[in-house]
Design a binder for this molecule. Structure first.
Ligand code: B16
Ligand code: MG
Length: 217
């Protein structure tokens, strides 16, 4: 049977949260306030627009619509400087093993990310060719926890949502997968991702046998 396996990007395939952090922190500092790692955690899976809204609120700062757009562009320019230096050494452990296993078993493999930079990141780490389809921040109107991104990914694979599995590191992403009626696999801590059907710290804990069971289930 062919099932759909949808991967989130940031926090699942690569750890780009650290680059988002550096770029947002510089932006916040330039506006005269600080931005902490704890706050950065709360931006996981959150779109760029919503992230900036939250950061400005934390800094008790309001800006004009025009300035808001400028700030978004500024942040992304700096973020892309970090992204452009990425290579395949930044792929999280055992992600390629699981991807290759799924491909060898002729499963549908798709990306479902909130990032508008998803393609360039996959290109940088040399994983673009592993994905049959890519649904990213340029293709959706509603952010996670809305299931739109994963439902679009299922559609792009021509596979029913009930036959899809989602790998996610964010609470909003797990909720989106659950709402879409997909199997949710949390990548991270059990305490945070308790709404997921399964939780693993990382892909080294996901055996081929477990993946095989998901395929045949
Ligand atoms: P960009 P994911 C999300 O990616 C990140 O987790 C989140 O921190 C970021 O703000 C969002 O992408 C938008 O990214 O600025 O590149 O469009 O986890 O859904 O792959
Ligand atoms: Mg993520």
């Amino acid at each position: 049977k062919t099932k759909g396996f949808i991967f989130d990007l940031d926090g699942v395939i690569v750890d780009t949260a650290k680059y988002h952090f550096l770029a947002w922190k510089n932006l916040a500092n330039s506006l005269g306030f600080d931005f902490t790692e704890t706050q950065n955690e709360q931006l996981k899976g959150v779109s760029r627009v919503e992230s900036l809204k939250k950061i400005l609120a934390w800094g008790e700062t309001t800006v004009s619509d025009e300035k808001f757009q400028d700030l978004m562009a500024l942040k992304n320019t700096e973020y892309l400087e970090y992204i452009n230096k990425m290579n395949n050494s930044e792929i999280l452990p055992d992600v390629p093993r699981v991807l290759d296993y799924l491909i060898a078993k002729n499963q549908g493999v798709s990306l479902g990310s909130a990032s508008k930079n998803a393609r360039v990141i996959l290109e940088k780490v040399n994983l673009l060719n592993k994905f049959k389809t890519i649904v990213d921040g340029n293709d959706v109107t509603k952010a996670k926890p809305d299931p739109e991104v994963f439902l679009n990914a299922a559609k792009s694979l021509n596979i029913n949502p009930e036959d899809c599995v989602v790998f996610e590191d964010s609470v909003a992403g797990v909720q989106a997968a659950n709402t879409a009626n997909m199997i949710s696999i949390g990548i991270g801590s059990k305490d945070v991702l308790h709404e997921a059907d399964y939780v693993f710290n990382d892909f080294t804990e996901i055996s081929d046998a477990f993946v095989e069971a998901l395929i045949t289930k």
